[in-house]
Design a protein around this ligand. Structure first.
Ligand code: BJ8
Length: 426
């Protein structure tokens, strides 16, 4: 690593030795899981580069933006509207993390039976290994599940810039009114942070930037329906993960470039796996970088993942924001409309999510669905029973896998996934 990066990390207050160790594990994991795949699209080289530079060049870019007077906002949830952040010329970055770190320290602050995603975010903060959280001018928490909601009370003692957004739990008119009020409050907070007054023109621009990157992901998702699959689920997941970090315009260009390549592949009948490989839809909790465990198990067990019903996936990226409004009020309404459709398991009742899973299984012609629940995640694991039942009633095979970030259960999970895939082949 260059001396310039080391100085940057040190200036950000990172623990350099711990950070070196983390980068080494990340690099090895990526090499073992990603670089051993065959027939990858050439365009994935860009994402290999992004992962190599995830704590390097991208963080340097953020530091340069900050030096030029722009602000960086970190978030843990897809309910934080990037359109509003972009409208203020600020940058939104995802802070969720997909690896265990400093667990012993974390468990002094949080109960052991907290999901890995929350523990990981705390571990990266306590272990001083996350340049994103350290470079954020504002960290946005949200009242979603109880685990997150209560953990922000504790995070508030660890950081000086936490902003907590309240979120509805029911898809009622009152729920929508709460979301609208919270987005108006957030807009004001972003204006105060950045010194920028967000008017209709700026909102339109913000919507356009975010719509463009979502459209590119929609295009990629659509191409995954082809048989043979032109891209692995692991690679498509990576694009969905990088969605939360990368410069939006560059991300949009890179995904569209891969899509051009995939279209050519499809026209030639070329794929990453043989035609007829069983297709899996993953549904459930989000998978943040470098949480590639389950997809890796699935795709080394004779199946291909064709879609993710997940916030790092279609739950997070589907639906564009209507940009036809002329006034600030109309555009803010459009933003509320778009986000109010996100069917996170914190909502009750949550029939929309069930419908979406069934619809996705059909559209992507999935042979089976694997529901992924992070251990101790009450909302998703509770919903997983109903998901399995509803799919079963429609003749769509499904299994539920509850796991965490450790690698201890890999052998056991592989046995279950292989048996499921074998069953799909019959
Ligand atoms: S909109 S899914 S990104 S809250 S896995 S922390 S739910 S106990 S992440 Fe999420 Fe927003 Fe919803 Fe999406 Fe809690 Fe479950 Fe942990 Fe979770």
């Amino acid at each position: 690593m260059s001396e310039e990066y080391r100085k940057m990390w040190s200036d950000l207050g990172l623990d350099l030795a711990a950070h070196d160790a983390l980068l080494e594990v990340l690099g090895k994991g990526y090499k073992d899981i990603y670089m051993t795949q065959e027939n990858r699209p050439k365009g994935m080289e860009y994402f290999d580069f992004v992962i190599r530079e995830v704590h390097g060049l991208r963080v340097k870019e953020l530091m340069d933006e900050k030096a030029a007077g722009r602000r960086v906002i970190g978030s843990f949830c897809v309910f934080v509207p990037e359109e509003i952040v972009r409208a203020a010329d600020a940058t939104l970055v995802g802070l969720c993390t997909g690896a265990d770190f400093a667990t012993e320290e974390v468990e002094k602050l949080l109960p052991r039976n907290t999901c890995s995603l929350i523990k990981s975010a705390f571990g990266f903060k306590l272990g001083k290994v996350c340049p994103y959280i350290e470079s954020a001018d504002m960290i946005v928490g949200e009242n979603t599940c109880d685990g997150k909601k209560k953990s922000y009370e504790i995070l508030n003692d660890l950081v000086s810039n936490l902003y907590v957004m309240d979120l509805p739990q029911m898809k009622s008119p009152e729920g929508r009114a709460l979301l609208k009020a919270e987005y108006a409050r957030f807009k004001k907070a972003v204006e105060e942070l950045t010194g920028v007054t967000i008017d209709a023109e700026r909102l339109k621009k913000g919507i356009e930037i975010v719509n463009n990157k979502r459209s590119a992901i929609h295009r990629l998702s659509d191409l995954r329906k082809a048989d043979p699959a032109p891209i692995s689920g692991l690679d498509a997941l990576l694009a969905n993960q990088v969605f939360f970090y990368d410069d939006p315009a560059r991300f949009t260009r890179s995904v569209n470039k891969i899509c051009d390549e995939l279209e050519t592949r499809i026209s030639k009948g070329k794929g990453v796996f043989p035609r007829g490989t069983p297709k899996i839809l993953i549904s459930g909790c989000p998978m943040a970088v470098p949480n590639w465990k389950l997809p890796w198990i699935i795709e080394t067990s004779g199946a291909v993942i064709v879609g993710e019903e997940s916030c790092v996936g279609e739950r997070g990226t589907r639906n564009l924001t209507d940009d036809s409004g002329k006034t600030e009020e109309e555009l803010m309404e459009a933003i509320v409309d778009r986000y109010f459709k996100v069917d996170c398991a914190i909502f009750t009742p949550n029939q929309d999510r069930l419908n979406h899973i069934i619809e996705m299984a059909k559209t992507y012609k999935a042979d089976g669905v694997i529901h992924y629940g992070l251990q101790f995640c009450q909302p998703y694991i509770t919903e997983s029973m109903g998901v399995e039942k509803a799919l079963g009633e429609r003749g769509i095979p499904a299994i539920r896998i509850d796991t965490d970030y450790s690698m201890e259960d890999v052998g056991q999970l592989k046995t279950r996934v292989e048996a499921f895939v074998e069953m799909l082949k019959r």
